[in-house]
Design a protein around this ligand. Sequence first.
Ligand SMILES: Nc1ncnc2c1ncn2[C@@H]1O[C@H](COP(=O)(O)OP(=O)(O)OP(=O)(O)O)[C@@H](O)[C@H]1O
Ligand SMILES: O=P(O)(O)OC[C@H]1O[C@H](OP(=O)(O)OP(=O)(O)O)[C@H](O)[C@@H]1O
Ligand SMILES: [Mg+2]
Length: 285
Amino acid sequence: MLRVAVPNKGALSEAAMSMLSEAGYLQRRDRKQLRLLDEANGVEFFYLRPKDVAVFVGQGIIDLGITGRDLFADARLGHGAEEVMGLGFGRSTFRLAAPQGAFSAPEQLAGKRVATTYDGLLSGWLESAGIRDVDVVHLDGAVESAVSLGVADAIADVVETGNTLKAAGMETFGPSILESEAILISSSEENTVSNGAARLIRRLQGVIVARQYVMMDYDIRREHLESAMEITPGLESPTISPLADENWVAVRSMVPAKDTNQLMDELYDLGARAILVTTIHACRV
Ligand SMILES: Nc1ncnc2c1ncn2[C@@H]1O[C@H](COP(=O)(O)OP(=O)(O)OP(=O)(O)O)[C@@H](O)[C@H]1O
Ligand SMILES: O=P(O)(O)OC[C@H]1O[C@H](OP(=O)(O)OP(=O)(O)O)[C@H](O)[C@@H]1O
Ligand SMILES: [Mg+2]
C-alpha cells in the first residue's frame, strides 16, 4: 500500500487536498482526521504538519509527500528524500527583511541577529553565501515583530504579497533566498517508479496540465496553416481536420491558458475565424 503525506493545516493544506481530489483520490472530510484509507486506489493518506512531512518521507516511513520547497530545504535532509516536481500552488519567496533603510546587503548581517522560523534554510544559505558570525534566532511565527521587540536586527521569512512586511514597517533586502511552491517529494528514486507512485505522479501531472492549458479550436485558410501552427504548436502537434470548403481547415491545439487572449488576437490577425476556447477537465500527458 502506497503511503502519502498531506499537510494537515496551514497555507498548503486545502490546496493539496483539492489537487488530490481532482486527481481522483479520496480525501478526508473531517479536519481532525489523521489518516484515510483509499482502498480503491491502493493509497493510505497521512495528514501531518507540513514541516514534518519531509521528516517522515526522509526516513522512508512514508513514500511520497506534499510540502513546501522552503520547508523541505529547511529540513536539510541531504540525500534522505528528493523533490519529484513542483505542484504550481502555494508560491512564495523566502527573503531577508529589516526596518526601512537598516540594511542594504546580506554581508552586513555579520555579527547581527536574524530571527526566522526556517533556521535550517537560513543557516544553509548564510553558509553557502560565506556570511559568517550571524546569530540565527529561532521563532515559531509572527517573525515580523522580532525587530520591534528587540530580539533581532533583521528577519528571514516567507513573503507572498508583502503586506505583512509593509504593515510592520519593514522592507526586503538582498537576493531572493528561495522561490518556493508546494512540491511532491519522494523517499527514493526507485519509489517513484513503483506502480502506485508512478500512477499518482502521472495523475498529478495531469491535473497541473489541465489547470495550465486550454483547448483552442479555429478555422483557417490552408495557405495560412503553417503560420498558424507556429502560433499554436500544441504539446505534440496540432490536430488538422478538413472542412467541407476545401480551402479551409479546422485546427485543434492545447495552448497555455495565460496566453489565451494574445494567441486569439494573433490568430485573428492571420485570418483565423470561429476561434473557440474550452477548459480541459482532466488529462493524462
Ligand atoms: N502567505 C503565506 N504564508 C505562509 N506560508 C505560505 C504563504 N504562501 C505560501 N506559503 C507556503 O506554505 C508553507 C508554510 O506552511 P505552514 O503550514 O507552515 O504555514 P503557516 O500558515 O505559517 O502555518 P503555521 O503558522 O500554523 O505553522 C510554506 O511552504 C510557505 O512557502
Ligand atoms: O507576504 P504576505 O502575503 O503578507 O504573507 C507572508 C506572511 O504570512 C505568513 O505568516 P502567517 O500568517 O502564516 O503567520 P505566522 O508568521 O504566525 O506563521 C508568513 O510567515 C508571513 O508573515
Ligand atoms: Mg506561518
